[in-house]
Design a protein around this ligand. Structure first.
Ligand SMILES: NC(=O)c1ccc[n+]([C@@H]2O[C@H](COP(=O)([O-])OP(=O)(O)OC[C@H]3O[C@@H](n4cnc5c(N)ncnc54)[C@H](O)[C@@H]3O)[C@@H](O)[C@H]2O)c1
Length: 452
């Protein structure tokens, strides 16, 4: 991606439509770099083209993933794995009595009738199951964050490269129309030179703060507790740890691994960045003192060095689970001439109205003078342009699964592969390291290494 130039963006606007607002059609008409090559919609698939899919981790997101996956043409869910029996019953009820179910993902990976798996377990199982699935020749859609600890990333990258299978991480936002448009606008110079970005997640409810309901029949009989623990310390069955795993360091990755990671994925996609070189986080456990081990308010600061793809810039992220404004998410990129608020189905571009006359060739030639020789007032372009997805847009999640299945069929690549996923997860996971060690952490995003 070439660095944007202010002149090129203004020329595109003015060359396209004199006297009209900056229309979304103008930029839509440009031939954008087609990084979604091969993405085809509404194709009819023959039965032997069908991709047979299995779900590993049939909880909240697992069901959401499977539900979206089977709405893409030519995909069938044939198996489900979970450690809690209630979820296996729910999977049969939803996807058919004939689907294969098991508590042990290894049984599922042995099956030849499965082409691809969704890994939607808690974070502490992502690496092990993804690597085993790739070694078994399956394509993998692994939920974010790609790993539980920064040190685990290279094992996933290595398994992807060695097995030459499609591996995609589940930060679905980057496949959205909104992220694509933001990437296009930034490259076209719409906000001038990027110098700052910010993002946040605001929540204010028990569910939002991970206090999920615990089924009445939860016990060691209905749950495979020993399997759940993976390599982490043995302890007596604890339903809270099992169903509210995000609150505990052994299984979850805190608010940064859960939520910052989405913003990194989108930001890195939009800017073509590989990631920050310095990470620092602070925050605290302010309100949800329910035995959890992780903060409910966290702020991260990130330093991105200049690269051929983008100028140096800073990023600030925060998650607040006791935020009175509640239920909002935000990603904003700020440049020398404007800013963009980026949503999955909408981009709001705010541009500085103060043009220099020679920036705009059309205006420059129309600089009429008044009789008293004072410059005539200009007609200025609007300062805010909102790009919204067309009605009927199926959304980021659908687009992300379409990209995944298209890559499997075409034996092509995906944007959010293991290397991309590692680069998005690492700064989020390193926020935890910075927070607990109370110091800044240095990261080498090119060579994927913590700098000691
Ligand atoms: N992309 C998104 O927008 C998004 C949204 C929510 C969650 N997620 C991610 O999805 C994953 C799951 O989150 P969730 O909210 O669905 O959690 P959840 O607790 O609702 O579901 C996790 C399920 O995994 C099962 N499980 C645990 N260990 C297992 C194992 N070894 N084998 C098979 N099943 C196992 C549990 O029994 C549970 O049913 C997390 O990594 C989370 O970060 C992504």
């Amino acid at each position: 991606m070439k660095r944007p130039s202010r002149r090129s963006f203004i020329q595109k606007i003015t060359a396209g439509a004199l006297g009209t607002v900056i229309s979304s059609d103008l930029l839509r008409a440009e031939k954008s770099e087609n990084i979604f090559e091969g993405m085809k919609r509404n194709k009819i698939f023959m039965p032997n083209d069908q991709i047979q899919l299995a779900l590993i981790g049939a909880g909240g997101m697992g069901f959401a993933d499977a539900n979206t996956a089977i709405t893409t043409p030519g995909v069938k869910l044939v198996a489900a794995c979970d450690l809690y029996d209630g979820r296996l019953v729910a999977a049969k009820n939803k996807y058919g009595k004939d689907i294969f179910t098991t508590r042990d993902y290894r049984e599922l990976l042995l099956r030849k009738d499965i082409d691809a798996v969704i890994v939607a377990t808690p974070d502490h199982w992502h690496k092990d199951i993804s690597v085993a699935a790739m070694n078994a020749g399956k394509a993998v859609y692994c939920e974010k964050p790609m790993t539980h600890d920064v040190s685990e990333g290279s094992a996933v990258v290595e398994a992807q490269n060695r097995n030459k299978v499609v591996f995609q991480v589940g930060s679905q936002g980057l496949s959205s129309l909104g992220n694509e448009k933001a990437r296009e606008l930034l490259a076209a110079g719409a906000i001038g030179q990027l110098n700052y970005a910010e993002g946040f997640w605001a929540r204010n409810s028990p569910e939002g703060a991970w206090q999920y309901s615990i089924p009445a029949d939860a016990s060691e009989k209905t749950v495979d507790w020993k399997m759940f623990l993976n390599q982490y310390p043995d302890r007596p069955f604890d339903a809270k740890r099992f169903f509210r795993w995000r609150c505990y360091k052994d299984y979850g990755t805190g608010v940064s691994g859960d939520l910052f990671v989405h913003l990194f994925s989108s930001l890195h996609f939009i800017t073509n960045s590989r990631g920050p070189q310095k990470i620092m986080a602070m925050g605290g456990l302010r309100y949800w003192k329910d035995g959890r081990e992780v903060p409910d308010l966290l702020m991260g600061m990130f330093d991105y060095a200049e690269t051929p793809e983008h100028p140096a810039f800073n990023l600030s992220l925060r998650v607040n689970f006791i935020d009175g404004t509640a239920d909002s998410t935000y990603l904003r990129l700020v440049g020398s001439e404007g800013s963009m608020n980026v949503e999955w189905d909408k981009v709001t571009l705010i541009r500085n109205k103060a043009y220099a006359a020679n920036d705009d060739p059309l205006m420059a030639t129309k600089l009429n003078k008044n009789k008293d020789d004072s410059p005539r007032k200009l007609i200025l372009p609007p300062d805010t342009t909102v790009y919204t997805a067309e009605e009927g847009y199926k959304g980021a999640h659908y687009d992300h699964f379409t990209n995944f299945f298209t890559a499997i069929r075409n034996k092509s690549s995906v944007v959010e592969d293991a290397v991309f996923g590692y680069r998005a997860a690492a700064p989020a996971l390193l926020c935890n390291d910075s927070y607990y060690a109370d110091k800044a952490v240095k990261w080498d995003p090119i060579n994927l290494k913590v700098v000691k």
